[in-house]
Write a protein that binds this ligand. Sequence first.
Ligand SMILES: C[S@@+](CC[C@H](N)C(=O)[O-])C[C@H]1O[C@@H](n2cnc3c(N)ncnc32)[C@H](O)[C@@H]1O
Length: 210
Amino acid sequence: MSETLTRETERIRRIWEKQAPRYDRNAALWEKTLFEDGRRWVCSHTHGEVLEVAIGTGLNLAFYPDGVRLTGVDLSPTMLEIARQRGRQFGMKVDLREGDAQGIPLPDESFDTVVCTLALCNIPDDRKAITEMKRVLRPGGRLLLLDHVRAASRLGRAVQRTLEVVMVRLGGEHLLRRPLEHVRAEGFRIEEQERYKLGIIERLVARKPE
Ligand SMILES: C[S@@+](CC[C@H](N)C(=O)[O-])C[C@H]1O[C@@H](n2cnc3c(N)ncnc32)[C@H](O)[C@@H]1O
């Protein structure tokens, strides 16, 4: 990893270590309006051995179907500790590990499903993270993503470009990304794709070739 990427990744970790106690409360303010039933939708497509990349405080735990075996990775130990408490509350067994999405500390082809919600906007090298998600997926496995993305309209993108300057500096938050492009470039087959809220929210189901 380049020195710049390592430095940015460390900065993001520090940001989330500080944000962790407030994350659930802050998320509640905007996620119903913006993401609607996105978490439920993503989790309803999971099965078998599931890896959630950048699991945060585990806000998706409420939506996983019975029977999945869940592993979660995140940069921030404090976010993970909240996820651990949430797992206990739900009586769920979750294997939670500190790790970087840009170098997932797990073996090749070990998961049936990989999930990532509201995090590719924040991982410094989002393309590398998607390459890693592909590596840990079994052939024929599914990748499930939900995030805010580059707006569909020119006006929307102009607003995002202005806001992004501040948001990257404050929180490492990118507004002009489009993970779908990397997913396609990695050779996944797109099975379902929906874009809503003026095209700034996108969710998708993609399959790794057999
Ligand atoms: C906006 S929160 C989203 C948390 C969770 N995915 C959700 O849906 O609520 C972003 C999360 O990404 C994690 N993150 C950022 N960069 C990461 C990286 N390189 N590797 C692993 N986790 C990362 C942060 O620690 C934080 O928990």
